[in-house]
Design a protein around this ligand. Structure first.
Ligand code: ATP
Length: 265
């Protein structure tokens, strides 16, 4: 359903600041696959996610979703296929608008719907039902401005907004990294529930290796723009954090340099 063919991306080519961000990335995901991505500092993880989202256009190669070449489809047009949750809880929602208005906007991303047409009783009920599944009481706060919510509540709402429209692909960009441990747990529980409920094809970047092992059926390890190691299904289930670190050393002949990964191990 998602294929990445010979993707290359270099920032500032042919200058002293040249950075190889993606080098010959070839991968395919089947519908319902959940891949976690780990790697060293500057390995290209964010660039890969941005390439999927359409905020970065690769220099070479092709991204296709369900057989459609979307390589050059701009981010706004690709939004109908893609749900995304960022590291910063402030990034996925509009603080000056209410929960209900934010949900209308996320619906509008996928269906042609005007914010100004008003919200029918039926739609409001649907929003309420979705919010109730989060089990944090947001269903009773439809008219609360999102800027008043806590970081965890806001990230839960971002996650709901990114998933209830049933995108083809869900991108999670270290989406628990800025939260304290109890809120991380909440967001991870909701991630699991929402991905299962909507059978979403999911790509999750994380610095926490245990999270990368625990979640999903596939794992990609990146370094210097390349996917240097992958593990699928049973093979992935058997992985441990020391295995991952050892694999990195065996393949690259050096230790994985990831400040955050090592700190959060
Ligand atoms: N907008 C940009 N302009 C110039 N260079 C960039 C840009 N974005 C990324 N890079 C460079 O591309 C390489 C890959 O960066 P990227 O942010 O994708 O890595 P990452 O794996 O997400 O890193 P980290 O885990 O440290 O956040 C790095 O060398 C980085 O400095």
């Amino acid at each position: 359903m998602l294929s990445l063919n010979e993707i290359h991306k270099t920032f500032y080519p042919n200058t002293p600041d040249e950075r190889l961000a993606l080098v010959d990335v070839n991968q395919k995901l089947e519908a319902g696959d959940f891949v976690t991505i780990i790697g060293s500092n500057g390995a290209g993880k964010s660039t890969l996610l941005n390439t999927l989202a359409g905020s970065i256009i690769p220099d070479e190669g092709e991204v296709s979703i369900d057989g459609r070449d979307v390589t050059r489809l701009p981010e706004q047009k690709r939004a109908a296929y893609i749900g995304r949750v960022f590291q910063d809880p402030m990034a996925g929602t509009a603080p000056g608008m209410t929960i209900e208005e934010n949900m209308v906007i996320s619906l509008g991303r996928t269906k042609r719907r005007s914010l100004f047409r008003g919200v029918s009783k039926q739609l409001r009920e649907r929003f309420r039902e979705h919010l109730a599944t989060l089990e944090i009481g947001l269903e009773d706060r439809l008219n609360t401005k999102v800027g008043l919510l806590s970081g965890g509540e806001r990230q839960a709402l971002s996650l709901l907004m990114a998933t209830f429209t049933e995108p083809k692909i869900l991108l999670l960009d270290e989406h628990t990294a800025a939260l304290d441990p109890s809120k991380q747990e909440l967001i991870l529980r909701l991630t699991r529930e929402l991905v299962e409920k909507h059978s979403l094809t999911t790509v999750m970047v994380t610095h926490q290796m245990e999270q990368a092992i625990e979640f999903g059926n596939r794992l990609w390890m990146m370094d210097e723009g390349k996917i240097i190691f992958e593990a699928n299904d049973d093979e992935k289930d058997e992985l441990t954090v020391p295995d991952l670190l050892q694999n990195f050393e065996n393949i690259r002949g050096k230790r994985m340099a990831s400040d955050r990964a090592l700190l959060s191990k």
